[in-house]
Design a protein around this ligand. Structure first.
Ligand code: AMP
Length: 220
């Protein structure tokens, strides 16, 4: 199975992707995380991607498709995988269908209004270990320090208030057309992303369980 998490920046794709990973054992693959690792390691790809990412625009389709191609054919993806932040354009969705077309697929759109997203993203602080905090609703126990590893918390450059609105515009223009793409395939589902984390996860869980049961993958 392939779970595609659609939805704008700040809707909770990372959090929900981790919850699905814990429950189903499918690895979560985030193109944003893969790109940030390239930037941190100062690879050629990372150097190319950095300015684009900091401006809130999209990295080229060719770069992300190649990254995904390498990742989804790894042995740990045999039974399934969760895509967080990919595809983000119709061209990426078409490449994915071409590369790995026969899987049971659910594209789950986590819907959240722009005003809520702007508030969430401007309060988001992250640690290099992957932990994510929200200063208003999920602050760390000690200011500026990660509860998990004790590392220093940072704000992502693209969570700067000036960049956030641009990222939301990019999402609505380039990524939202995927809703129609997956509706046509009959694989589109949506959940209300403004509920609490556990309620959003139960809605997603309900969709995935039903799909797996229908196809016999969970039958005893
Ligand atoms: P994210 O962590 O998913 O918000 O991604 C951070 C940034 O990485 C995005 O704003 C883009 O610049 C870049 N990026 C991540 N995934 C993709 C993708 N599928 N296509 C193009 N650019 C991407």
């Amino acid at each position: 199975m392939r779970v595609i998490l659609l939805g704008p920046p700040g809707c909770g794709k990372g959090t929900q992707g981790n919850r699905i990973e814990q429950s189903y054992g499918f690895p979560r693959i985030s193109t944003g995380d893969l790109l940030r690792a390239e930037v941190a390691a100062e690879t050629l790809l990372g150097l190319k991607a950095r300015t684009v990412m900091e401006s809130g625009e999209l990295v080229s389709d060719a770069i992300v498709v190649e990254m995904i191609r390498k990742r989804i054919f790894s042995p740990d993806c045999r039974k399934g995988y969760i895509l967080d932040g990919f595809p983000r354009t119709i061209a990426q969705a078409e490449s994915l269908a071409y590369m790995d077309g026969s899987r049971l697929e659910a594209a789950i759109d986590i819907r959240v209004d722009n005003d809520v997203l702007i508030k969430r993203l401007s309060a988001r602080w992250v640690c290099s270990c992957g932990a994510v905090y929200n200063l208003k609703v999920k602050p760390p126990a000690e200011e500026g320090k990660c509860d998990v590893c004790g590392g220093s918390l940072l704000q992502r450059k693209d969570d700067d208030s000036g960049v956030i609105r641009g990222r939301l515009r990019v999402y609505r223009k380039q990524t939202e057309p995927l809703i129609v793409f997956y509706k046509k395939k009959g694989n589109y589902f949506f959940v209300d992303g403004e509920q609490g984390i556990e309620s959003v996860f139960s809605s997603i869980n309900y969709i995935l369980k039903r799909l797996l049961q229908e196809t016999g993958e969970l039958r005893e």
